[in-house]
Design a protein around this ligand. Structure first.
Ligand code: M6R
Length: 615
């Protein structure tokens, strides 16, 4: 989704803004722009396409910021089109009279506002909902209001979600920022302050952040920031220190963030497990879980809600939680849950899973469940994100920043947390035998090394995968806990290679998908040695009988599977709980290899955004 960066301070912000936007590229965008104050006038550079194009425009020696009393201001934006196609005229910043504005979100009543403004004689130049906000603010300025008051009055008219950054020729040492429904943070520096949609944009400049809440606006100046709510009341905010470093968001020598993040999985799992396992590996410490044993006993049902890859992690969560805790679970995509009048109440627990902690539908689902009295728990990778702050408690996946749009290490870290959570609750409730728990915990502790072992096969997996980059359709099949991995494998391939890939429960084959199978269809079959093994082998035979190409992913030493399939990728055999994590690594590498061979934009695939902050 759109990325916002803003600056007030003692340096020319041109390249600070540009570098900030670079760090937000992962959010997905199709145009970009920057506005500065130069000799008291707003100057804007914007263009359709990637930031390289904007950079070329910024090289213009006549485009630079100039200070007033040693203070520069500027705003920058990457746009992910919602209203109006990607083009220069629709790119931000939008200028209206003496102000320039950047916006992330959707203004639901923009067409009514536009009509009213046009009636008053304002001329709008773009097809966007965002320009309407700029003109609305300028309309108040034209009536004699100050910049701060005009922004305040304008936001009262807006319906929908919006983060804004606004600068003005008439108030050249101030930046006004607004947060309502889409993320925006404040970076606090020395003689300079910043705004951004996400922390990575500002890491090179500060580690001190103020997290804005919805319905808050902030008057940002070089040496102070004043936060007010939408009623105009001043709010005292805490500055929070973050321990991420700029190196954590580099590519670290890899060709793509996705590949780096695939290789970071052992570390992500170590970080997610460490400090949560007792020395003798029979107890788990989930300090972040605030539910007491008594609370856990009272849970009637667990609802697991998320989007995309996090939804597939939640599907695994259901298998694990039901098996180990015997509490009934229901899984839902957030965009359905929030609107389906869910039968959730105070005796239920909602678990939302989200890498970013900002996904609009997941956040709305969380709010809906809270409204209905449910207890809430988040599994989240980003501290201080909206979901982290609003859930009753959060169990963090310590995967570190995930930049590639295609989620990899966050997914396996989520599966790790579901393992920890299910074992922990199972033990607390006495529904999981201690000896069994010990085996599961042992496998979790060994998991990073086991994942390393799978990663060592990267070359062989690549050799197999690259044979298929010209195929039209892929099928991914699995049963039981391998079914969500089939879905995840297909999603990964679709996202980054733009190829048609379908994930199915293998038992569903005969109910339709088998019609797709012919000698040109690669079928990736997940066949670990579990209770479904024989049935999956039967499905494999059915595919072979129709001349499909079978790429099987199964357990080391499985000669039967190896013989029956055209290509065989093996992973070490461990307890059934961690097998989904091991099977995930090959499907990630298959997707990556095929996309690389096709030459697609792997880290920022077309039309996709890393955190989907609008519904
Ligand atoms: O940040 P979240 O985990 O809430 O994001 C949810 C989905 O948007 C995300 O998993 C998406 O499906 C990924 N691009 C998948 O690779």
């Amino acid at each position: 989704m759109c990325g916002i960066v803003g600056y007030v301070g003692n340096r020319d912000p041109k390249f600070i803004l540009y570098e900030g936007l670079k760090k937000l590229e992962y959010r997905g965008y199709d145009s970009a722009g920057i506005a500065l104050l130069q000799e008291g006038e707003i100057r804007i550079k914007r263009c359709e396409g990637k930031l390289d194009q904007l950079k070329a425009a910024l090289e213009d020696p006549h485009f630079y910021g100039t200070p007033l009393d040693e203070t520069y201001v500027g705003i920058g934006h990457t746009r992910w089109a919602t209203h109006g196609r990607p083009s220069e005229k629709n790119a931000h910043p939008h200028q209206a009279g003496s102000i320039a504005l950047v916006h992330n979100g959707i203004i639901e009543n923009y067409s009514e506002l536009r009509q009213a403004l046009e009636k008053k004689g304002h001329v709008l130049h773009s097809d966007t909902d965002s320009e309407v906000v700029a003109v609305c603010i300028f309309d108040f300025i034209s009536q004699g209001h100050s910049l701060e008051r005009s922004v305040f009055l304008a936001v009262q008219e807006l319906l929908g979600s919006f983060s804004l950054g606004v600068i003005s020729q008439k108030d050249p040492q101030t930046l006004i920022a607004v947060r309502n429904g889409t993320p925006l943070i404040l970076g606090v520096g020395v003689q300079e302050n910043f705004i951004a949609s996400d922390v990575p944009a500002l890491l090179p400049y500060t580690k001190n952040f103020i997290y804005l809440e919805d319905e808050e606006m902030v008057i940002v100046q070089k040496n102070r920031c004043v936060v007010k709510n939408f009623k105009g009341k001043e709010i005292q905010k805490q500055i929070k220190k973050i321990n991420w470093t700029p190196e954590m968001i580099d590519k670290g020598g890899y060709q793509h963030y996705m590949l780096k993040e695939i290789h970071e999985q052992p570390q992500a799992i170590i970080q997610t497990i460490q400090d949560r396992v007792s020395k003798d590996r029979d107890t788990l410490y989930l300090k972040d879980l605030t539910l007491s044993e008594n609370d856990l006993r009272k849970i009637r049902k667990i609802f697991l809600v998320a989007c995309g890859t996090a939804y597939y992690a939640s599907m695994e969560g259901k298998y694990l939680l039901e098996k180990m805790t015997k509490i009934p679970c229901e899984v839902d995509v957030a965009s359905e849950f929030r609107y389906r009048d869910p039968l959730i109440g105070k005796e239920d627990l909602l678990i939302v899973t989200s890498q970013s902690g900002e996904t609009a539908d997941t956040l709305a689902a969380l709010r809906e469940a809270k409204k209905r009295g449910a207890r809430t728990l988040a599994i989240c990778n980003v501290k201080e994100s909206s979901i982290d702050r609003e859930a009753d408690s959060t169990i963090y996946t310590y995967a570190g920043p995930e930049i590639g749009v295609a989620s990899t290490k966050a997914f396996t870290a989520q599966l790790t947390v579901f393992n920890l959570l299910a074992i922990h609750i199972g033990l607390v409730l006495g529904r999981l035998p201690k000896e069994k728990a010990k085996v599961y915990i042992q496998d979790l502790v060994r998991l990073p090394i086991t994942v390393e072992e799978v990663l060592k096969q990267e070359k062989e997996i690549q050799k197999i995968a690259q044979k298929f980059y010209r195929k039209k359709t892929f099928l991914y099949l699995g049963r039981g806990t391998s079914y969500p991995i089939a879905l995840e494998g297909a999603l990964k391939l679709k996202e980054i290679s733009y190829m048609n890939a379908e994930g199915y429960a293998a038992g569903e084959m005969k109910h339709g998908p088998i019609a797709l199978v012919d000698e040109d269809t690669p079928v990736i079959i997940l066949a670990p040695k579990d209770e479904h093994y024989d049935k999956v082998i039967s499905n494999l035979e059915e595919i072979k009988a129709r001349e499909g190409i079978v790429i099987a992913i199964g357990c080391e030493g499985d000669t039967k599977l190896s013989k029956l399939s055209d290509y065989f990728i093996s992973v070490p055999q461990r307890s059934e709980n961690v097998m989904p994590i091991l099977l995930t690594i090959p499907v990630q590498l298959i997707a990556y290899t095929i996309a690389l061979k096709k030459g697609t934009d792997i880290d920022q695939p077309r039309n996709l955004a890393k955190s989907v902050t609008v519904e």
